[in-house]
Design a protein around this ligand. Structure first.
Ligand code: CA
Length: 247
């Protein structure tokens, strides 16, 4: 399978900020190419990702009970994916499962959904569709769980599971990087964050502090969050940094 077009791959984890509650996914896939692609693309989409190449390590990882959703390939070297799902279910693991399979027949799909899968995607697949299905599964998760994955300041709401932001109920079209930046500002609402703090936490890499990358992204973010007529939430503290607050 060749990666879907339009997806830029960045260094794994570059967008992930420490100290943040992130949605954690388990990918069970033995095909190295698909495994690597999924890991990088899901990381870029803002999720935390664990990978297992066989059923045995998948079971060990799943037993920790730390995953919000799983993506499971059916053709695994040591066990059929359906048997793996059945085993995890019998051990009380209720995290939603997206089945990934080359088996396309209706019977196979039905069997997958009956044996504990929540959704089914056939290979080859477009990453955008996989992402949409994962988001849907997460959204369908228990309301309390979904609620705990939301952050709010004034009429701005961030849905961490779906990596979506809304202002006054209207969805903002943000890039993954812009979302991470906004998430960092919201988590520090009312506190001034410096450019260096933003570089450390959002880009998580050493960049020349003289770079204007933060200012450029704040500018773009502001044009989307604080549009005409909306009460500004992102404020510049000259010579220091930025603060997100309701004034
Ligand atoms: Ca396989």
């Amino acid at each position: 399978m060749t990666p879907a077009t339009g997806i830029s791959i960045i260094e794994a984890g570059a967008l992930i900020s420490p100290n943040e509650v992130l949605v954690r996914l388990l990918v069970v896939e033995d095909d190295r190419g698909i495994q690597e692609f999924l890991k990088r693309a899901l990381l870029e989409a803002g999720y935390q990702v664990d990978v297992a190449a066989n059923a045995k390590s998948a079971e060990t990882l799943a037993a920790e009970g730390i995953h919000d959703a799983m993506i499971v390939d059916l053709g695994l070297p040591d066990l059929d994916g359906l048997d793996l799902i059945a085993r995890m279910r019998s051990q009380g693991n209720s995290a939603p499962v997206l089945i990934l399979s080359a088996r396309r027949s209706v019977d196979e799909r039905v069997r997958g959904l009956e044996r504990g899968g929540d959704d089914y995607l056939t290979k080859p697949f477009a990453f955008a569709e996989l992402l949409a299905r994962v988001r849907n599964m997460l959204r369908r998760a228990t309301p309390t769980q979904a609620e705990s994955l939301k952050l709010r300041v004034a009429d701005l709401e961030l849905d961490l599971a779906r990596r979506e932001a809304r202002r006054a109920g209207e969805t903002l079209q943000l890039t993954p990087q812009e979302f991470s930046l906004l998430e960092y500002l919201v988590r520090n609402a009312g506190r001034v964050v410096t450019r260096t703090m933003i570089l450390d936490h959002v880009w998580r890499m050493r960049i020349d502090p003289a770079t204007n990358v933060v200012d450029v992204h704040i500018y773009r973010l502001r044009s989307k969050v604080d549009r005409d007529g909306a009460r500004p939430l992102i404020h510049t503290i000259r010579g220091v940094g930025y603060v997100l607050k309701e004034v």
